[in-house]
Design a protein around this ligand. Structure first.
Ligand code: ADP
Length: 354
């Protein structure tokens, strides 16, 4: 049995049509005994149908659909463009209340998701500000302490004045480093500095950085070397200055946390015909497994007490991750407490477009 298109997807026009039909039918049936000629009853039917149809259609259109149109205008929050006007005048009147309901539900779902994202970002922002103020506090209070002690007389004490100034200066360096890192991370996040891809030999870059860090490494009697068996020069296609920053941060960490007399190695491996894998390894204290999943988060530190004395900004690895992500590559960490750590990332071998 075929069903009347009543119920689910009824449009205002159809609704007015059916209602008018029913009313006209009922009125005609009532009028049949009162009028003699059948044609007269047909005229009554036609007139009642026409009047009821126009009345219902006008009511639905003007009082309900005008309101729905307002809802649509509100949820899209735009001044109607030509396309939207066409939608309001031609498509919207064809929509059933159920379809309108579905559209509103979809809009509500989309808004809910947007709000959740905003809340997440807000949480992220709050945490970042909290961490930042915490990081700023230590060096600022240290500087304040030394300056106040010097002003209240220690400046005359030849034994301590230089030492206090040197310590204050170290805290200033730390503040500068922190501001530089925050600046770098916000630039990376806002995409202000697009990547400048070029082809270069990764070994040459590593050797240059080893050279730059040779003094620091010597202070701890650390050996910096290219891993045996991976000495063959490999070309990569990446942003050289950004990859330099990645290597500097990883090598600096390996030196900073590495045990004296230890060895830091850089290995470069061909993964397949498209990518290479670069790994910086140390035989330092290692990182506890529980910290590994969060190690690339901003301000995350694996060992707070050890880190306080070493004094990093906690942003080095977050910057590294940002740069590698921007290249569309991956970074991984392998580490074992008491054995050492290895940070490795992939890079494109050469320009795949060339
Ligand atoms: P930081 O400025 O504190 O070094 P990073 O983001 O560079 O910040 O590193 C995050 C944390 O990861 C460090 O605080 C440290 O606990 C741990 N870490 C990073 N590299 C090493 C490493 N080579 N050996 C041991 N721990 C490391």
């Amino acid at each position: 049995m075929s069903e009347l298109p009543v119920g689910k997807n009824i449009s205002p026009r159809l609704l007015a049509f059916i209602t008018a039909l029913i009313i006209a039918g009922v009125v005609s049936v009532i009028c049949i005994p009162l009028v003699k000629a059948t044609y007269f009853s047909a005229i009554i039917f036609a007139a009642t149908f026409l009047i009821s149809f126009l009345l219902f259609y006008y009511t639905v259109e003007h009082f309900i659909y005008r309101k729905i149109k307002l809802i649509y205008k509100f949820i899209y929050q735009t001044k109607a463009t030509k396309r939207e006007e066409f939608f309001y005048n031609n498509i919207l009147p064809q929509k059933s209340i159920e379809e309108v309901n579905k559209d509103v539900q979809q809009w509500a779902k989309q808004k809910r998701e947007e709000i959740e994202l905003l809340q997440l970002n807000e949480q992220y922002r709050k945490e970042f500000l909290m961490n930042l103020s915490h990081e700023l506090r230590t060096p600022i209070f240290t500087i304040q302490g030394y300056v106040e002690t010097l002003l209240s007389g220690a400046i005359e004490d030849q034994e301590v004045n230089k030492k206090f100034l040197t310590n204050a200066s170290k805290s200033i360096d730390r503040l500068v480093q922190l501001v530089d890192d925050v600046d770098e991370i916000s630039k990376l996040e806002s995409g202000q500095t697009p990547l400048a891809f070029e082809t270069f030999v990764i070994h040459d870059l590593i050797k240059d950085i080893f050279e730059e860090f040779s003094l620091k490494a010597n202070e701890k009697s650390l050996t910096l070397e290219i891993k045996k068996g991976t000495e063959r020069s490999l070309s990569v296609y990446a942003d050289k200055s950004k990859i330099k920053q990645v290597l500097v941060n990883l090598i600096e960490n390996a030196i900073k946390y590495g045990h004296p007399n230890g060895t830091i190695t850089a290995g470069c491996y061909e993964l397949d015909d498209k990518r290479i894998y670069v790994e910086i390894s140390d035989d330092g204290p290692g990182i506890e497994e529980q910290h590994l999943p969060r190690i690339f988060e901003r301000f995350y530190r694996a060992d707070r007490s050890r880190n306080r004395s070493i004094g990093g900004t906690g942003l080095g690895l977050a910057i590294v991750k940002h740069i590698i992500d921007a290249h569309g590559q991956t970074i991984t960490v392998r580490s074992k407490l008491g054995v050492g750590s290895s940070f490795g990332f992939t890079l494109d071998k050469t320009n795949s477009n060339s």
